[in-house]
Design a protein around this ligand. Structure first.
Ligand SMILES: [Zn+2]
Length: 302
């Protein structure tokens, strides 16, 4: 795979915007340019980031339809932000990004982080499979201050693959309306492959899983004190997630944006065994190319 391994390599690979554009083009068209209008593969370069189809004449920007599109900021700054966000093991807060990149405002750094977080969800991601633990945990509720802070705790649905006695696979998060609703069943149907073996606590409505094409094992005693022993995977993930939110985000978690923080945490967790820092950077850019642009207004409206 094709990515810089260290910060020095990152600097060498991307000295200017042109180098960044070439890299995006390689990610977007690994087998060479393909015209999105006619499928032609012959082209001319007409401007820095524009490819013109030799068959139909249509011009295509390598950043069209991505989070980088129509940004007033140089693409090399976007690359630097993506590197900062992915090269630190636990990520970075908006304040941290603002400091490293010298952004004038906190709001700018915050908006960038959210655009990058949107790119962390793979649009076509696979379903979990095998043995999967499913449960809920309360997240949030520790406001850093009054303005926009958290007002309560949110029930977050957690599904994690158990691939060995002490080994976890991939994770998915969802947000419930209230603790223990049927949304957990909808979440399971959307994120866990049929035929999987799902382990849960003994809540009665979860027994519906057995009629949805899953093998369902559950432990009775909903409030059993040893529930952490019964579902060790989800409880470990819940405590890591809480620690990450407290440490990296420094409690600056608005509940309205919790889904994006969950996306970022899932992105990191599911790639935690990738040792090269550049690997996350590569994946993030690759996914960013498949992500619609999100103007700041739509982020705030959410
Ligand atoms: Zn064409």
């Amino acid at each position: 795979m094709d990515y810089p391994r260290t910060y020095q390599e990152f600097r060498d690979w991307f000295p200017d915007d042109a180098a960044c554009v070439e890299y995006l083009a390689r990610l977007r068209w690994p087998d060479g340019f393909i015209c999105p209008a006619c499928g032609g593969d012959r082209c001319w370069r007409t401007a820095a980031a524009l490819w013109m189809c030799a068959d139909c004449g249509r011009k295509t920007s390598v950043t069209a339809g991505t989070i980088f599109h129509r940004s007033h900021t140089p693409i090399s700054t976007w690359f630097a932000a993506a590197w900062v966000v992915t090269s630190q093991k636990t990520g970075v807060s908006a304040v941290g990004l603002q400091r490293v990149l010298g952004f004038g405002s906190y709001e700018t750094a915050w908006a960038w982080l959210h655009k990058l977080r949107r790119a962390m969800v793979r649009p076509d991601r696979d379903q979990l499979a095998g043995v999967v633990e499913l449960d809920e945990a309360f997240i949030g509720g520790q406001s850093a201050g009054r303005k926009g802070g958290a007002t309560g705790k949110v029930p977050v649905i957690i599904a994690v693959e158990r691939v060995g006695p002490r080994k976890l696979g991939r994770v998915r998060f969802g947000i419930d309306d209230a603790p223990g609703t049927h949304r957990m069943l909808e979440f399971a149907a959307a994120t866990i492959a049929a035929g999987s073996s799902i382990h849960t606590d003994g809540a009665r409505f979860l027994r519906g899983l057995a009629t949805m094409g899953y093998q369902h094992s559950y432990v009775t005693g909903y409030n059993a004190p040893d529930i952490g022993q019964v579902l060790p995977g989800v409880h470990l993930v819940a405590s890591l997630l809480k620690r990450w939110i407290a440490g990296t985000l420094q409690h600056q978690v608005s509940l309205a944006h919790l889904p994006y923080y969950l996306d970022e945490y899932a992105f990191r967790f599911n790639r935690r065994t990738s040792t090269a820092p550049g690997m996350l950077f590569y994946r993030l850019l690759q996914q960013a190319l498949a992500t619609d642009p999100h103007p700041l207004a739509t982020l705030i409206a959410k």
